[in-house]
Design a protein around this ligand. Structure first.
Ligand code: N01
Length: 480
């Protein structure tokens, strides 16, 4: 049996998952190119204060490598990063990783993918798998005068830990999951915290309880508890939150009521009014936080809801002409979620580029493959079910599916495979038909929406996604 050569781009959670699945299938000729110097992807890049995964730890982990040592219901970011670092060694995939090397281009010619790297090198492989993440490119707001600010300015995903915050005036722009977590954590440390909110967001109450030493010892001794914990959280999220998002029903009413009740914790009617979102709960990605409303009611925290006019050296000026003086300016303004895979330039055998294929927005076959681009697979590709769910579970389903195709190559059944254009179009049309039932189309702006105004998310349950990927439809592929 010939051993296929596989190049994986990115050593974040999903790249590691892919490599592990391949190794478990007996595929050993793997290279993972990672542009940074460490594994962990988003959990390596994001180090802001308060960084916590808002999916429970017992579910936000590999099903085949559960960790009894989680310290909290919701894991702090550094713990997840350490977990992924450990996984790279435990499953012996670190030796496949080439650090500090970015794949800049890849072209499919002569039946193989030919790859160019930032180091000036070239490589080739039978399969190319991109594991480049979703929220990777920080979005810098277009605020006039931003560059004139006299203090330190940085994006939340590029936190500058050399900048002292204790006792200083910190301005945070943005109230997405990131801005909310930063606010809950920095309140009380910063001398004064100014939170600039453009659109209020709904917040699901999520107090983060610590696991006792007893609980951890019990999980260490009885691995079945880890498995039960995984199954429990997966079931609750799948049966309640995922259902609430994709269709009307009691789940949607329940989550909405929980968010509205949570907002009532804000005692001051004017502050409560300003924190009341104009849209439905879950229209934007739902935020989960235990401490935000307490933080924002503190005397040393100010919620600013006037539109930002510009930045000047001393601080931020709002449309009412008021200058909000600050020493540090944090941009919690999110990411370019649609820059999937790019700027890497991919070229199909017929010369078509990925940029051309995705001119109207990223589209794929079943989230993992693209017509005309043989032996190319995506992890976290277009329309993956990434909202309020464990991305690790999704990566496992996708990596399992991709491994299935690589096994067939290895068995000599196929050498080239790409989904058919008509099957891809039928699948995308079914998604478009299903979108109006989802909460994302109920009227709000969010990073979920693509160029055509439609959500770039999976409109069914993550369990449906896993089911879909469990059985490859050979008839929907052009193979040779
Ligand atoms: O980014 P966002 P994020 N002037 O795009 C505001 C994941 N995540 O980094 O709503 C003023 O959600 C913008 O305002 P508006 C998670 O998937 C996961 O917070 O557009 N404000 C908004 O308030 C999440 O969804 C965890 O009106 C401006 C904010 O900036 C995703 O990352 C933790 C502005 C951006 O919110 C992104 O979250 C953290 C401007 N010019 C993040 N431009 C977990 O726990 C933008 N804004 C797993």
């Amino acid at each position: 049996m010939a051993d296929p050569r596989v190049i994986i781009v990115g050593a974040g959670m999903s790249g590691l998952c892919m490599a592990i699945k391949l190794r478990q299938a007996g595929v050993g000729d793997i290279t993972i190119y990672e542009k940074a110097g460490a594994v962990g992807g988003t959990w390596r890049d994001n180090t802001y204060p308060g960084l916590t995964c808002d999916v429970p730890s017992r579910f936000y982990q590999f099903s085949f490598a559960t960790n009894p040592e989680w310290t909290h219901l919701y894991s702090p970011g550094p713990e997840i990063c350490a977990y992924l670092d450990d996984i790279a060694d435990r499953f012996d995939v670190r030796r496949h990783i080439v650090f500090g090397t970015e794949v800049t281009a890849a072209r499919h010619t002569g039946g193989r993918w030919h790859v160019e790297t930032s180091a000036g090198g070239t490589d080739e492989a039978d399969f190319l798998v991109t594991a480049t993440g979703v929220l990777h490119h920080p979005r810098h707001p277009d605020i006039p005068g931003l560059g004139t600010f006299a203090g330190a300015t940085f994006h939340s995903a590029r936190w500058d830990h050399d900048v002292p915050l204790r006792g200083r005036r910190v301005a945070v722009v943005g109230t997405g999951s990131t801005g909310v977590q930063i606010t809950a954590d920095l309140a009380g440390t910063a001398g004064r915290l100014l939170l600039f909110q453009r659109t209020a967001q709904w917040i699901l109450p999520a107090p983060n309880r610590a696991y006792s030493r007893f609980t951890r010892a019990a999980h260490r001794r009885l691995p079945v508890l880890d498995r039960l914990g995984y199954r429990w959280h997966e079931t609750v999220i799948s049966k309640v939150l995922s259902q609430a998002i994709i269709k009307p029903g009691w789940q949607r009413r329940l989550i909405g009521a929980m968010c509205r009740r949570n907002l009532n914790k804000v005692a001051d009617p004017d502050l409560r009014r300003r924190l009341t979102p104009p849209d439905e709960p879950m229209c934007k990605r739902l935020i989960a936080s235990g401490g935000f409303y307490d933080a924002v009611q503190r005397d040393d925290v100010e919620l600013v809801t006037d539109t930002i006019s510009h930045v000047e050296p001393r601080g931020i000026v709002t449309a009412d002409g008021r200058l909000h003086e600050a020493d540090v300016l944090v941009l919690a303004t999110g990411f370019d979620a649609h820059a999937y895979v790019r700027p890497m330039g991919l070229v199909a055998p017929d010369g078509r580029t990925l940029e051309e294929a995705w001119r109207d927005g990223p589209r794929a076959y079943r989230t993992v493959a693209l017509p005309g681009f043989p032996n190319l697979f995506f992890l976290m590709g277009p329309h993956s079910p990434i909202g309020n769910y464990s991305l690790i579970a999704i990566a496992e389903a996708q990596a399992g599916y991709i491994t299935g195709w690589i096994r067939r190559w290895r068995a000599g059944l196929v050498t080239s495979m790409a989904p058919r254009a008509d099957a891809t179009e039928a699948y995308n049309e079914a998604m478009r038909q299903a979108m109006p039932r989802t909460i994302w189309t109920s009227g709000c702006a969010s990073w979920y929406l693509g160029k055509d105004g439609l959500p770039e998310l999976w409109p069914w349950t993550p369990r449906d996604h896993a089911r879909m990927l469990s059985t490859p439809e050979f008839a929907e592929f052009d193979v040779s």
